[in-house]
Design a protein around this ligand. Structure first.
Ligand SMILES: CC(C)(COP(=O)(O)OP(=O)(O)OC[C@H]1O[C@@H](n2cnc3c(N)ncnc32)[C@H](O)[C@@H]1OP(=O)(O)O)[C@@H](O)C(=O)NCCC(=O)NCCS
Length: 354
């Protein structure tokens, strides 16, 4: 059977099912990965408790007859834009695999997506770089389910602390290319005078960063969306450090953000980094990342590493990261399938079995 968190039963669902849901998710998505960067249960619980202003969330749990969790899934449908896409995760613990649980959860996910009016399912699967994709269960299952590759991202990690000399040398080499620009950092919330401009930059992440063959529409951001994201982060126990850059006229042209969870203090996560297309070539990417890292490490000396994800086609960003000392360890493949195709393939399969 599967059970879902859909309103109005969300609170009751959180009480009865969340712990089993999380245990199945973590066991499934963490299997055979030395360092999965899964969200902590406290972060997900906060999201389930308060909801988000960005996404409509659906949480699904597959249970065996004795009530044991056999698999977990969630579906997210954006509110502001890209409402045609249902982003999903499905995870089945190793002991419950190859029994059709993943397929059953996909069928439930596809129904949720169709009811939400979505036309596209988007999923991702992450694997250690040394593991061949042909035998990675996530990749094999998604292809079997009719998903086609959309974007490949690579995760790189940077061991902390980085020698001060490395950052000083990178900054010194970059500065001469950035004449006329200035940059600065702030922790947590964006200062009020810059919030609209930062919202504008965030929108450009969806148009100016590589998206491969994914069905991505330009995102719609305003100050309220930035503020609601900050409120969610606070509720989840996350803090952040952002560096922004401005041109000679004072217009913001780039930013980067590092995030730390109180529930996983040893990891800094690299979130967005963007320099708008017309201001590239001034080493602002390097200068922003060096500034943000210095600020984060000063406040969070307990962090032992930084994790970052980049499209494998994003040569300039990867070059900046490797110069800082980031090293490749995982690949993250994003795949998509039409909702209608998945539903009809699953229905045809069921018909054959009857
Ligand atoms: C992917 C995953 C959810 C599959 O769960 P599951 O319960 O084993 O899935 P099913 O039993 O329904 O199998 C689905 C299909 O994938 C194929 N498959 C799954 N794992 C496989 C493996 N290790 N080798 C070969 N084929 C595999 C199966 O053959 C099956 O097709 P078929 O039975 O019609 O031939 C599970 O391996 C997992 O949790 N992986 C980690 C998280 C992840 O990558 N999720 C997918 C992206 S959201």
């Amino acid at each position: 059977m599967t059970t879902s968190s859909d309103d109005p039963a969300r609170e009751a669902w959180a009480g009865e099912f969340f712990d089993r849901w999380y245990a199945a998710l973590a066991a499934g998505e963490g299997h055979d990965r030395p360092d999965p960067a899964s969200w902590r249960p406290e972060e997900l619980r906060a999201e389930l408790a308060r909801g988000t202003d960005h996404d409509v969330l659906h949480w699904l749990l597959a249970l065996d007859d004795d009530g044991t969790a056999a698999g977990a899934a969630d579906v997210r449908v954006a509110v502001h834009d890209n409402r045609h896409v249902a982003r999903l995760q499905i995870a089945v613990p190793p002991g419950s695999r190859r029994r059709g649980v993943g397929t059953r959860l996909l069928a439930a996910v596809a129904e949720v997506a169709a009811a939400a009016g979505c036309s596209v399912l988007r999923a991702e699967t992450e694997r250690p770089v040394a593991h061949p994709e042909g035998t990675w269960p996530g990749t094999v299952a998604l292809r079997r389910w009719g998903f086609a590759p959309g974007l490949v991202e690579a995760r790189r990690q940077l061991a902390l602390p980085v020698p001060a000399r490395t950052l000083d040398d990178l900054e010194a080499a970059a500065r001469p290319h950035a004449a006329g620009y200035r940059w600065w950092t702030f922790p947590d919330a964006v200062p009020e005078p810059d919030v609209e401009a930062v919202a504008g930059l965030m929108a450009r992440m969806s148009t100016d960063a590589p998206q491969g063959d994914l069905a991505v529409e330009p995102e719609v951001w305003d100050a309220a969306r930035v503020r609601s994201g900050e409120a969610l982060r606070r509720a989840q126990g996350r803090r952040s450090w952002t560096a922004v850059a401005a041109d000679a006229a004072g217009t913001l042209v780039g930013y980067t953000t590092l995030v730390q969870s109180a529930h996983e203090p040893d990891r800094l996560q690299q979130w967005d980094t963007l320099v708008v297309a017309e201001h590239r070539g001034h080493r602002l990417g390097t200068l922003l990342k060096v500034a943000a890292l210095r600020a984060a490490v000063a406040d969070a000396p307990e962090a032992t590493r930084v994790s970052t994800w980049n499209a494998t086609s994003n040569v300039p960003m990867i070059a900046v990261n490797e110069a800082m000392g980031f090293r490749l360890d995982e690949l993250c493949e994003e795949l998509e399938a039409p909702v209608a195709d998945v539903r009809s393939a699953l229905a045809a399969r069921d018909a054959v079995r009857r």
